[in-house]
Design a protein. Structure first.
Length: 278
């Protein structure tokens, strides 16, 4: 993997216009070109990036990855979206997309082999739905995936998060620059429902942390966007890691999705909420 990027603050999105045959960057990130070199690596620590949809979690994962010192924390346990990644590691999912129970431990070891950074750090991203799937389908895996640290990413702008959630659910697309997205329309009740889902999923994670006696490393999307270096320095300090900038990796970013439509929906939602309160 190429080491570049002298400053995290100077990075810009590298997803621009794509040719018809070019893969979306989010799919490329699960391919062999972004694996760490296979070498004897003793894992020193692992972490889970716990979050809620539309919190900027992919941006956060890539920022962490770009340091070259925090693994490659993608959605390795979200089997509904990583079928090709699963297949290239040699695992055939069942009809519902999940690996067989007898395969799951071997799969997780292989993920660690190709996605642990050379300083011995491995990370992965987790949503509530995936956590519940693992708990039900592979309870024996829970001990294997128990991390040394949890990074908890939230978004202060809950209304903006709910609007983004509503648009993604309607369009069936979760990233910018996806072709043939389904049309979307503003519906007050749907945005409000998405806001309730955001809050309930945040509550779920807080309950998990309380139950397991975990003190997460708390960061938020707005701070990550405004001060990525400061946010990443905080994370690494909490993990007891030194940030050697020479280890930086050239991992492409995704483009931000917020646009004039998001602003128009916000104005409409706030107006509808004001009317409903009178």
């Amino acid at each position: 993997m190429t080491r570049l990027l002298p400053s995290m603050n100077n990075l810009s999105a590298s997803v621009g216009q794509r040719s018809p045959s070019e893969k979306h960057v989010i799919n490329r990130l699960y391919e062999r070109e972004f694996d760490f070199e296979l070498q004897p690596v003793t894992r020193k620590l692992s972490y889970m990036l716990a979050t809620v949809p539309r919190s900027g979690s992919t941006l956060c994962a890539i920022r962490l990855w770009q340091t070259g010192l925090l693994g490659a924390p993608m959605e390795y346990l979200n089997f509904q979206i990583i079928g090709k990644f699963l297949a290239r590691l040699g695992y055939a999912p069942s009809r519902d997309g999940f690996p067989e129970l007898r395969q799951i431990a071997g799969y997780w070891r292989q993920v660690g082999a190709v996605r642990t950074s050379r300083n011995g750090v491995f990370g992965y991203k987790m949503f509530m739905a995936n956590f519940l799937d693992i708990s039900r389908r592979y309870p024996s895996l829970l001990q294997e995936i128990t991390p040394n640290f949890v990074i908890y990413l939230t978004r202060r702008d809950a209304v903006g998060q709910a609007i983004s959630y509503s648009r993604a659910l309607q369009s069936k697309t979760w990233f910018a620059d996806v072709r043939n997205a389904k049309p979307v329309e503003y519906r007050h009740e749907h945005v409000k429902h998405c806001l309730d889902m955001v809050r309930s999923q945040n509550d779920f994670w807080e309950d998990v942390f309380a139950t397991t006696n975990v003190t997460p490393i708390r960061i938020d999307y707005e701070s990550l966007c405004a001060s990525p270096d400061e946010t990443l320095s905080h994370v690494m300090a909490r993990m007891g890691l030194d940030w050697d900038r020479r280890e930086a990796l050239d991992i492409p970013l995704i483009r931000k999705q917020a646009d004039d439509t998001s602003k128009a929906w916000r104005d409409a939602f706030l107006a509808d909420e004001a009317r409903a309160s009178h």
